[in-house]
Design a protein around this ligand. Structure first.
Ligand SMILES: [Zn+2]
Ligand SMILES: [Zn+2]
Length: 282
């Protein structure tokens, strides 16, 4: 069975444009659909149309619209829009789209949802999510051990350090080929960072901010993301022998604009800025 990973959203949790912002990139994105960055999410699509969603962003409606342009996905029978869902953590960009699976909307039936024990406890006890559980819209499944949503697709969750008010956070390894780490406090706080990146052919990594210049007046110790300038140094030697795709861009990140000097610096260093609906064969 062949599988393809699609980048459904390359924005940080709030996307681009971000609600309430009057910054120039946000104003430009309101006029140019190609400049829009959707909430952070990827999916794995099998050649027979089965689809696993990894994180459910608030932009899930538009992301499904775009998936429906892929014939094998569009040919799916009516019913649950995915065979399953995996959640990395409980920051709003990564799970709040679950509201669309409830009885007011898709009303999914026993949709398998893999998440950590802390995330499961959060969903089971907090409104409005607990209703998804009690009404049988979702079926909570553990992801502490590697699991196969269907034969030929194997996922392994990797705990990573990240600001955790409600839940812990994981990165996801898919078939030991693709690594997805959309959120992490910083690379040096994760002892396995270089080992995990080394063992994957394609890595999608947290690139929320380019540099501290985007955050005037903010205490850098409160920023729970690495800067791209650090990421280029930390993984620079590994970028020559694998695809390292930067994603989860904050609306302030100059790399959102492919013509910027910062975006050109990323490409010159051998890294790729993520784009919506980029297809990655597994
Ligand atoms: Zn995030
Ligand atoms: Zn987060």
């Amino acid at each position: 069975m062949k599988h393809t990973v699609y980048i459904l959203g390359s924005g940080q949790d709030g996307g681009l444009p971000q609600v309430g912002s009057r910054m120039a990139p946000d104003m430009a994105a309101r006029l140019d659909p190609l400049a829009v960055r959707l909430g952070p999410s990827i999916c794995v699509l099998a050649e027979d149309g089965r689809c696993l969603l990894i994180d459910v962003s608030p932009d899930i409606r538009e992301q499904e619209n775009r998936l429906l342009r892929i014939p094998v996905y569009a040919a799916r029978p009516a019913g649950n829009p995915f065979e399953g869902v995996v959640l990395t953590h409980a920051h709003m960009g990564h799970y709040a789209g679950l509201v669309h699976f409830g009885r007011e909307a898709a009303n999914t039936r026993s949709l398998p949802l893999w998440c950590t024990a802390r995330m499961a406890a959060f969903l089971r006890t907090q409104a409005p999510w607990e209703q998804l559980v009690s009404l049988g819209n979702i079926s909570l499944m553990p992801l502490e051990q590697p699991f196969e949503p269907w034969p030929g697709l194997r996922l392994r969750a990797i705990p990573v350090p990240h600001r955790g008010e409600y839940t812990d956070t994981v990165g996801i390894s898919i078939n030991d080929k693709l690594l997805y780490v959309p959120d992490i406090d910083n690379w040096s706080a994760w002892p396995a960072a270089r080992e995990e990146v080394s063992r994957h052919e394609v890595c999608l990594l947290d690139a929320t901010f380019f540099s501290p210049e985007e955050l005037p007046g903010r205490n850098l110790r409160e920023i729970s993301h690495p800067f791209i300038t650090d990421t280029l140094a930390f993984f620079g030697d590994l970028a020559a022998t694998r695809r390292i795709i930067l994603t989860h861009f904050n609306h302030s990140n100059p790399v959102c604009n492919p013509g910027s000097a910062q975006a050109r610096r990323v490409v010159a260093a051998g890294f790729e800025p993520a784009q919506e609906m980029t297809a990655l064969a597994l």
